[in-house]
Design a protein around this ligand. Structure first.
Ligand SMILES: Cc1cc2nc3c(=O)[nH]c(=O)nc-3n(C[C@H](O)[C@H](O)[C@H](O)COP(=O)(O)O)c2cc1C
Length: 129
């Protein structure tokens, strides 16, 4: 299978999305939509695994969910897929919070990883399947 084209983030990129307690997307900022190649309307209400890349080990997301469900902040390197079958790497920080109706929600803020970090996690995740 072809590897797909990499989208390299701008140095000051800041990609944000918010989900409900089950991981359905409530909000995605323009930078997130642009990099993932979706319109916001296509993402709202969808499970966040819409951008899941097959190279990501399952255990990374298990760790993400267990961490935020404990009320803690999770940080990790994530390879996501674009709508056209390419990919992009982010350093994601996921925060639990309650909205104004006291419902549990989560927010992920993503920045550009370094090339060395991308190389390290590309190799590491290959060993985790
Ligand atoms: C706030 C938040 C942001 C998330 N962002 C991503 C993401 O960018 N890419 C991704 O693959 N999964 C993300 N996830 C995890 C997904 O909900 C999902 O667990 C993951 O894609 C694995 O899919 P699966 O649970 O169907 O195996 C996020 C979860 C939360 C709570």
């Amino acid at each position: 299978m072809p590897a797909g084209k990499e989208t390299v983030l701008n140095d000051n990129a800041f990609l944000v999305s918010e989900t409900d307690a089950k991981g359905h997307i409530l909000f995605a900022n323009k930078q997130f939509c642009d990099v993932a190649e979706y319109d916001e309307e296509e993402l709202l209400g969808k499970p966040h695994n819409i951008v899941r890349h097959a190279d990501m080990p399952k255990i990374a997301f298990k760790d993400l969910w267990e961490t935020v469900q404990r009320g803690e902040v999770w940080q990790g390197f994530v390879k996501n897929k674009t709508k056209s079958g390419g990919f992009y790497w982010v350093l994601a920080t996921v925060y639990p919070y309650k909205n104004d109706k006291d419902e549990q929600c989560y927010m992920s803020c993503r920045r550009k990883p370094t090339r060395q970090e991308i190389e390290k996690y590309t190799a590491l995740y290959k060993t985790m399947h």
